[in-house]
Design a protein around this ligand. Structure first.
Ligand code: DX5
Ligand code: ZN
Length: 224
């Protein structure tokens, strides 16, 4: 029998109260979050504008868990060292947003962070073919990036299964994270498809009691 995989819950602070961000990240970690997911949008690569390195630096002293920076920006390279200095632990980017994907992965590592590639619902997986050995994380979008609170796109389940196979074949320790529309009701299905790391924004920060939601998600994962 296979050992139960290590599941990680990564609340996205996109749905947190930005006026009280320090308190929000502390509370969500106390409630059981494993990772803080930090969505960076530039009103260019995606049609929304959010937070940058200064905010990452501001929340860094409030929590010990890894900060997982999801860059939805184009171009990518200029901003990478700023996030590393601001205390990011993982930096991921969309391959369409970088002219030189391999170079950007190298740049993230050179700055002391783990590196990830992010795939939109319609982005093919062929970008993975020649860079598996440089990845620490693969992030599959289960919504189109830009906004919280959208519905999970079911087609993603097949993609998760395909990436799980590629990771297992590679024999490398690569996190498989899924982002968008994850809730208590569907997290087990996403885990069964092969994901191990679950981003949830509105499902957690949209509720008054974060611990109740995270506990319920873990119960679902235990059954998956
Ligand atoms: C969307 C972001 C997500 C977002 C998820 O572009 O990358 O991280 O916060 O929000 P929910 O969980 O509400 O779909
Ligand atoms: Zn995200």
């Amino acid at each position: 029998m296979n050992a139960m995989p290590t599941y990680r819950i990564a609340p996205s602070i996109l749905s947190a109260d930005f006026a009280r961000l320090g308190e929000e990240v502390r509370n969500v970690v106390i409630a059981g979050a494993d990772i803080i997911h930090f969505d960076v949008m530039d009103n260019h690569y995606v049609p929304n504008l959010t937070i940058g390195p200064l905010v990452c630096e501001a929340i860094r002293p409030h929590v010990q868990v890894p900060i997982d920076v999801h860059l939805m920006v184009k171009p990518v390279d200029r901003i990478v060292p700023d996030f590393a200095k601001a205390g990011a632990n993982i930096i991921s980017f969309h391959p369409e947003a970088s002219e030189h994907v391999d170079r950007t992965l190298q740049l993230i590592h050179d700055n002391g962070c783990k590196a990830g590639l992010v795939f939109n619902p319609a982005t093919p997986l062929h970008y993975l073919e020649h860079v598996m050995d440089k990845l620490d994380l693969i992030l599959l979008m289960s919504v189109n990036p830009g906004f919280g609170g959208q519905s999970f796109i079911p087609e993603t389940l097949k993609k998760i299964a395909a990436v799980r196979k590629l990771i297992d074949q590679s024999g490398r320790d690569i996190m498989l994270e899924v982002d968008g529309g994850i809730k208590i009701e569907n997290i087990a299905q996403v885990a069964r498809a092969g994901a191990d790391t679950f981003v949830a924004g509105s499902a957690i920060f949209g509720k008054a009691d974060y611990k109740t939601v995270i506990d319920a998600m873990r119960e679902e994962l235990a059954k998956a």
